[in-house]
Design a protein around this ligand. Structure first.
Ligand SMILES: Cc1cc2nc3c(=O)[nH]c(=O)nc-3n(C[C@H](O)[C@H](O)[C@H](O)COP(=O)(O)OP(=O)(O)OC[C@H]3O[C@@H](n4cnc5c(N)ncnc54)[C@H](O)[C@@H]3O)c2cc1C
Length: 417
């Protein structure tokens, strides 16, 4: 972690910065439509190029990824500066596709473990809006058990040959590079034979198949690797020590989804409005006879959201300072997943039947779609069940779940197929 990120900043200086950001955004970023936050579109190409253009605007103005070091295209500013950008940008369209995972998950992982050459080559390209990244971690046979990866990378001189399959990668078809975890050594226990790679996505030997969801969007993809050749220079960290890199990637993911990462940019989502202000506005619009019940739900959501936000900050800062063990990041993941799912349930309830049936052009259907998909926040980035396991075993010190494959060389682990 770069020391400047958590350096103390004079509050007066931050207020001056807020004015600068507000004035620059008013002149340079498109306003967000709060009344119609959902822009139903299946045209992901348009969404991707719009995000690239907005990211470039932020970069030109000096407001992109400000917590990245200046030598790689950031501004070497503090998390306080980034939070001001986040607050002001609630009123503007932001390039959220760059925020997660490029800048806040894969980004800090490369910043921590990448070679100087990798950092010089890739980081400025994200911050300028030139390249989007994705994570190739989950596999058809191992999602929760990420260390059980079967995708293999076999060394051949200066290159590795990649074979296997990854799945559930968000917007891989619109991305340029991925961080990929592959098995490079089958003769050691599962956590000790993995390596992290930077993989160009649109590359010979890599096929990308978008997966159509029930609402006809294609958010996820499955990838197939058939003798794809990846230079050894693309290894991130050490060969066979990919679990160390993956563990930090998971930490950054928990910080990002828990709202405590210094590297996320902008807070709202493009689709249905899920901020508390939006819930309150919705409650006022749809008040009617149930106002008392709506107030109760709003009160509960306000409490949960505050606890979630403060918990996130405390845990992430505690891990960075060594006060908490790294697995405590699962507290953030658990709290955020549950809070988010409950918020989406509340939003759908406030919309009443308009979340189920809506007229063309109305945005209320987004809340119905979000309600149906509310479990996403309890699955993506590791499930809440796995978070509970980690908290009990590695934070509270309870006995570990039995695992027959923990100490066995991976090629001796019985598996089907
Ligand atoms: C919105 C979203 C975005 C995602 N984006 C990406 C991405 O960009 N890149 C990527 O690689 N992956 C991505 N994923 C995939 C995600 O990481 C996996 O879905 C997740 O890790 C769970 O793995 P699985 O789907 O294989 O479920 P499984 O591991 O098969 O689990 C099935 C069920 O069993 C439970 N379970 C499994 N093991 C245990 C255990 N030991 N104890 C208790 N319960 C257990 C799980 O909690 C779950 O309920 C995304 C998923 C979502 C929902």
């Amino acid at each position: 972690m770069n020391d400047f990120v958590y350096a103390h900043t004079d509050p007066a200086e931050l207020e001056e910065y807020r004015e600068q950001v507000r004035s620059w955004m008013s002149e340079n970023m498109p306003r967000r439509n709060h009344d119609n936050p959902w822009h139903p579109t299946h045209d992901d190409d348009a969404q991707s190029s719009r995000n690239r253009e907005l990211q470039r605007r932020l970069y030109d103005g000096g407001y992109a990824a400000v917590c990245y070091p200046r030598e790689y295209g950031g501004q070497s500013l503090t998390i306080g500066h980034q939070r001001i950008i986040d607050e002001v940008s609630m009123d503007f369209d932001m390039p959220l596709l760059f925020s997660v995972p490029t800048l806040s998950i894969t980004g800090p992982t490369v910043l921590e473990f990448g070679t100087e050459e990798q950092k010089q080559r890739y980081i400025p390209a994200w911050i300028r809006g030139d390249e989007l990244w994705v994570q190739f971690m989950s596999e058809p046979s191992s999602g929760s058990d990420m260390a059980g990866a079967l995708t293999r990378a076999d060394r051949d001189g200066d290159v590795f040959i990649l074979n296997g399959s990854k799945i559930w990668s968000t917007f891989a078809q619109r991305s340029d590079y991925a961080l990929l975890l592959a098995r490079t050594n089958w003769e050691v226990p599962k956590h000790r034979g993995l390596t992290m790679f930077i993989v160009p996505i649109h590359h010979p030997g890599i096929e990308i198949h978008p997966i159509q969801m029930v609402d006809r969007t294609e958010e996820f993809c499955q990838e197939f690797f058939n003798d794809a050749i990846i230079p050894a220079a693309n290894v991130v960290g050490q060969v066979d020590d990919g679990w160390t890199v993956a563990s930090r990637l998971l930490f950054h993911e928990r910080a990002a989804v828990g709202g405590a990462s210094p590297y996320t940019q902008g807070r709202h989502r493009n689709r249905s409005a899920d901020g508390l202000e939006d819930l309150a506005a919705m409650a006022r619009r749809n008040g009617g006879t149930d106002l008392g019940r709506m107030r109760q739900i709003l009160g509960r959501m306000e409490t949960l959201s505050r606890v979630d936000r403060l918990l996130s900050r405390r845990v992430v800062r505690g891990i960075e300072s060594g006060y908490f063990p790294a697995p405590a990041g699962s507290l953030v993941r658990l709290s955020h997943g549950l809070t988010q799912a409950e918020r989406q349930t509340a939003a759908a309830e406030f919309q009443r039947d308009r979340a189920l049936v809506w007229n063309p052009g109305e945005s209320t259907g987004a809340y119905g779609v979000d309600f149906v998909q509310r479990q996403q926040s309890c699955i993506g980035g590791g499930t809440t069940e796995m978070a509970r396991n980690i908290i009990s075993e590695r934070v509270m010190g309870m006995p570990r779940e039995p695992a027959a494959d923990r100490d066995l060389p991976f090629n001796q682990v019985p598996r089907s197929g």
